[in-house]
Structures are given as structure tokens and as C-alpha cells.
Design a protein around this ligand. Sequence first.
Ligand code: SF4
Length: 655
Amino acid sequence: MTVLGAVLAGGASSRMGRDKAAVVVGGRTMLDRVGDALAEVCDRVVVLGPEREGVETWPDRDPGSGPLAGLANALERADTDHVLLVAVDNAFVRVETLRGLVSLAGEMPVIPVDRDGVRQVTCALYPTSLAGIAREELEAGGSLQSLVDRVAFRPVTPDEWAAWGEDGRSWDSIDDEPSLRAAEATYHDDVPGEACGVFAAYSTTQRVSHLIYFGLFALQHRGQESAGIATSNGETVTVYKDLGLVAQVFDESSLAGLDGHLGIGHTRYSTTGSNTWANSQPTHRQAGITSIALGHNGNLTNTAELATRLGVTEATTDSDLMTEDLARAIDDDRSDGRGLERALMQVAPGWKGAFSLVIMDQGRIVGLRDPNGFRPLCLGSLPDGGWVLSSETAALDLVGARFVREIGAGEMVVIDATGVRSYHPFAEVKPGLCLFEFVYFARPDSQMYGRNIHAARTEMGRRLAGEHPVDADVVVPVPESGIPAAQGFAAASGIPYHDGLVKNRYVGRTFIEPTQMLRDRGIRLKLNPLTDSLTGKRVVLVDDSIVRGSTTRKLVEMVLEAGATEVHLRVSSPPYRWPCFYGMDTADRSTLIAASMEVEEIRESLGCDTLGYLSLDGLLEATGVADAGFCTACLSGDYPTEIPLNTDKFQLERS
Ligand code: SF4
């Protein structure tokens, strides 16, 4: 379920002096509950929707004129200069609707929450939190303006909802629409959010924009929110980016406009800042005669400090701040054309956290990894003498490049007409590649630390079978990421392997609002059970990780409904207990099922017969390169760097 909030707030206006705050609650679900919560802090609460006893209601639509007309009436009748509008819905509010809401606020000063991005629109605090914050703010003498400044709009996670229920407000009482949980499972995957993919190319013989396009295409799994490419012909840097998948953003004509012999590309999953066009990458700055573009995979941990140092209030992502920092340091008075790399040597040591970057100016591409090397980056050579940089080796295969080597943790490589040169701008620390690259992020056909990811995942399954044996009839993977581990489990245990869940390969992110009927189908939009493989069987269900737990719960339910007599859940990584600050989108610890529950409690909550997680030692050994250096913080709580106090991905947008 997604609760959507749109705040329209008025400051001083010509109609000052009426209600301190009037609230209109729109939508058709949970109206009474939301209304009650908000009534505590507002002079007047009006429910926009079907008439109901004891509640002041306005019709939510005029016949034939659509919901916006109903809202217009409501706002007019509110007759106040302070309006807080909370839209509650169980699906996405369309961008146009929100734009309409914002414009309908009439003369009242409006703070639009829509920043051109669909995900931004689908963000809200859940109502009781909003009410709580509103009360605090108003009691402290704040205004609605300061309230709006303070509240963050962000997705409500399934477990927040679950926690809300456990908090004494029963799910059952609000779950009058059974579709709500299903919709949540469908639209907020219970998997780690990917971390972004970067790619860069330098070639005087091939069309660089095409190379980058196909490189990004191969890295699509790392981020599906937006894609962008910047190229240079030696004089001008051209950037083209948009929201959507790589194949949606680019076509022949947009690629034709990206001429030049060098360039960088980026495919984004937002870990800092919301999913808007402005936040998509590559970022770009003009610094004197130098034009720079940057693509970032990872997350800085000193974003707030960097923003303060730069005195920047307008940047909305850590990547934009890095670009600004870099642009200010570029001194292109010198004629050797190496202003970019000198600037990087100067400013990069001030960036903390996770960053695998591709950067360019008019004449060169640069690859740079943070000193821990949290996120991967590798170098490949093209058959005709050009070079590419890529988050993963699998993308090299697609563009016909030969793997040369990984860019080392803390290394910077610069590629231009003279070849490749390497620098080390940082003090050396122990490398710490994200262990989850091996568990989940990376493509199975990629190599990291010289080890094939698929082979490592199969070994995780073998070790899992050794650590948590069980009597069962069939091993079934959760597709697709659980497949190699399930194969390993089956091979080691001797229990037959069967496909028991079929994934609809063509369900990706959708910006189309599904119908109620479709939302009712919930997780079945993505996975459907193969009843023949499951009926009457004791099933070992193998997945790579459990983050929030909501989807796993539904999966177990689905397998049981399909006729399995027992479900033994096996997970090829340890309990995910700690938030990641290095680019995986799980920064809020309260959303992690293992943060507050022991294994037996998790088992009970998921409804399976037994539950077994692979140990951390087992996982590290399964990689085959345990000594190479890994970050294990989300599994062990052992963070390799200082971690930030403010972990809100929208922190810059609220400053
Ligand atoms: S905390 Fe976990 S997900 Fe984040 S970088 Fe470390 S191992 Fe990867």
C-alpha cells in the first residue's frame, strides 16, 4: 500500500486570520483514521469523498468533471489561508493530478511537492507520523511552512505499515481493501535497491554513443529509474538524459545527437535525492573553458558536510555536490589540458563514503574508485585500440571489449589520446568491496576479484545445504537471483531441483497505474507458482536475501496455497540487520526484518516451517576470495568508515 501525501501549504496571505489550519483529506481509503489523526492538530478536518456520518465531507468529484474539480470545490470551501492537503490512495497518484492539486491551491502560496518525478509524487509520510510531526511543529510555534520544510516525503514501506499495525493499530481494522498489501508487494520490491551503473568509452574508430548505450543496456539491472549519456567531440560536451529505462530514453535520433570520440553513461537508482530529471545523471558543469560531466555509483557519507563547506543549498544529490566541488577546483589557466585530473587529485580526498565514478571533460575520461572500493569498476580494451570503463565485466562482453583489470580501490585512471595513466589520490585503507555485489547486485556473468559471480552463488547454495540440512522433496529457487544458490543447494543435498515459481520477465517498473483488479493480484504480477512442482511436496525455497520480509511472506503463502505441505526457507546470506550507507537503498533500519527479530521470530513472521541463513563465514568462503577485502557492514554491523548521522536520502532536498 502506498499512502500518498501532497502538501499544499499557505504562509501569510491576504486572507490571514481565519482557521489556523484546515485540512482536507482526499482519497477513498482509511479516511476516518487519517481524519482522526489530523483532527488532533487542525482546526477543521474535511474528508473529501463519499458522505459518511459524523464527518464533514465534500464530494470528491463533480459528475463528469473528474476528481480535480471536486478538489477545487473543496479548496474553495476551505476558505482559509492554511491548507494541508493529504491525499490518501492505494496506488500511484498521477503526476498530472498532483500538478493539478498544486495549481488548484489558487492564491495561496504553494509549496509544490511534485518535482517532475513520478516517485517523488508517490512519496509521503504515513498519516499518523504526519499528524505527530504537525502537532510538534505547531505546538512549538512553527508554521505550516516550517512543517512542510520539515516533513520528508518518501515511500511508506511495507514494514512501516506492519509496524504501524503492531503498534496497536491493527492492520485488520484498516485492511478493508485486501489489495493494499498486494499492491505494496508489487510496487516496492522486497529486495535491496540497486546501486547505479556507470560506463565510459574512448574510441576514435567506433561510435562512442552506441558503445555507451549498449554498455548501459548491459548494466540496466543496477538502476532503472533514469539513464543518461554525455559525449565530447574534443570541443563540446553534450548531455542527454531522461527518466526511464535505457531503451526508453535513447533511440537512434537521440544517439545521433551525441557525437564525439569519448563519453560517459549512467543508469540510476536513486540512493540520494528523488527520481527526477534534474537528479538524473550524468551531472554537468561548465568551469571556465572546461566542461565536465560525472556519473556516480555509490553514496557519499559526508554529504551534509560537503554541502555546508561548499555553501550549496541547491544541489539535491551527492553526485551533484561532487560535480560542483570539482568544477570549483578546476583551474584551466594552464595549457596542458590536465585541469580535470589536477582538480580531482585536490578534491577527491575530501569525499567520504562510496563512489565509483566516471568523469569526463572535452578531451578525456576518468575512472575513480573510493579508497575502500565499495562499488566495482573495471577497465577494458577495444579491439581497435580504444578503452572502456564499466561497473561490471558483463558489459565489456556486450561491446566486444577485452577485460584488462579492475580499477583498484582508491585508484584513478585517466584515458585520453596518450593512453591510460594511473594515480592514487587517497591514503591507502583496506579494500572493502560490497559483499552484496556477490550475493545479489552483480550479474551472474560478471567477474569480481577474478571470481565468476555465478560460481560463487552456486557455492553459497552448497554451503547453505551443509549448514542447514533438511529432509525435503524438492528444491525451488526464488527466481531469478535465488537460482544459482538453489542449484548449489540441490547438488550438495541430493534433493531434486525444480522450477516452482515462474517469473514474468516482462514486468519491470511501471508508471501506469494498475487497476484495482490487477493490484489484487499482488505478487502474482511478477511470480506465479507451478502447482505441479509444489503440490504435496516438502519444499526447500531458496532465496539470496531477505531485507524487509514482506515479499518473502507472500511467497511462502503462495507456495503453501499451491499445495506444498511444508516450506523450508533457505537464504544464501546472513540476516540483513544493519542499514547500508554506501549506495544500497536500505538506510532505514526500522524497515529491516532482521534488525529487531531473531531467526525464530522471523520464521514465525514469514510463516515457513524452518528457516536457515548462510553464516557470514560461509558466505565469505563461498566467494572464493575472502581475503581480498569486503564490506560486510549490513550483515555484521562492522562499518569500514565513519557513518553519517543524517541518513535521509532526501536530505539535500529539504535543506
Ligand atoms: S553495507 Fe552491505 S550493501 Fe552496503 S556496501 Fe556494505 S556489504 Fe554492501
